[in-house]
Design a protein around this ligand. Structure first.
Ligand SMILES: [Zn+2]
Length: 255
């Protein structure tokens, strides 16, 4: 078999396997790289698409000439460039999503974006799944994640406070969950405790330490040796938790 014949045979074999009898070639129209796919089957008119890899593909009947294709592509220049730009934007977004992580209970969980019928966020096997009805901006997704985190804090923190109140016998007059950028919690003179919702990003032992710290202020309204003695009684490893907050807290509290 002559080399050219052999190549032709190989070519048609590959095409029959992969694209049901179509012929493809890559060409340049203006500065656009176009995969020209001619097909005798089904294709009756000219069509364009951007494939998964961001490649412009023109599908035409076999009888279409190069000048017809050039005219067709030229007339759709604006549409093509818009589609290509959109594809690039989506790719950038996907790359960002790959690296996106969210602090939750002391762990940096991977966030996975996926399309779905209803907007929702759920935690499954160490992964935060962010399901969206339509494509929205990065900022809008971040806002949804923040809202979700805060909701987790609103349900988790009161439970932990109640449990620790029972364990320590120290009971405040109420709880408010707030957003602070420079403190994790506070205890008012009237016994009202305020906790930063961002605590939900820290390990559970750190959350408990902060709550115990505020509960101990119900007895000692200062940071005296007696105060720390009481904190140690209920939370023997409190120094480790303070250290954890010192090392990681600034990042978690500022966002
Ligand atoms: Zn304090």
């Amino acid at each position: 078999m002559k080399r050219s014949k052999w190549l032709q045979a190989l070519w048609s074999e590959r095409n029959s396997k992969h694209s049901s009898g179509s012929q493809s070639e890559v060409l340049l129209i203006d500065d656009l790289s176009v995969v020209w796919r001619k097909s005798s089957r089904r294709t009756r008119s000219l069509a364009l698409k951007i494939d998964k890899r961001g490649q412009l593909v023109a599908m035409t009947p076999t009888r279409t000439t190069l000048s017809e294709l050039r005219r067709f592509v030229g007339a759709r220049n604006v549409w093509i460039r818009k589609q290509l730009a959109q594809h690039r934007q989506l790719e950038i977004q996907k790359q960002e999503d790959k690296g996106q992580r969210l602090w939750f209970m002391g762990e940096q969980l991977k966030v996975e974006n996926q399309p779905g019928a209803k907007n929702r966020i759920h935690l499954e096997s160490g992964l935060i799944q962010l399901v969206s009805r339509k494509t929205v901006s990065r900022h809008a997704l971040d806002m949804r994640l923040t809202k979700w985190l805060r909701a987790q804090a609103e349900s988790e923190l009161p439970l932990r406070l109640e449990k620790l109140s029972q364990q320590t016998g120290l009971c405040g007059s109420g709880l408010q969950i707030k957003s602070y950028t420079a403190r994790w919690g506070s205890c008012r003179h009237d016994g009202f405790i305020q906790l930063n919702w961002k605590l939900i990003k820290t390990p559970v032992e750190v959350i408990d330490y902060v709550i115990i710290h505020e509960l101990c202020h119900l007895r000692h309204f200062n940071h005296s040796a007696a105060f720390w003695g009481q904190v140690r009684r209920f939370c023997p490893e409190y120094k480790d938790h303070r250290k954890w907050l010192k090392e990681n807290g600034r990042l978690l509290i500022s966002s």
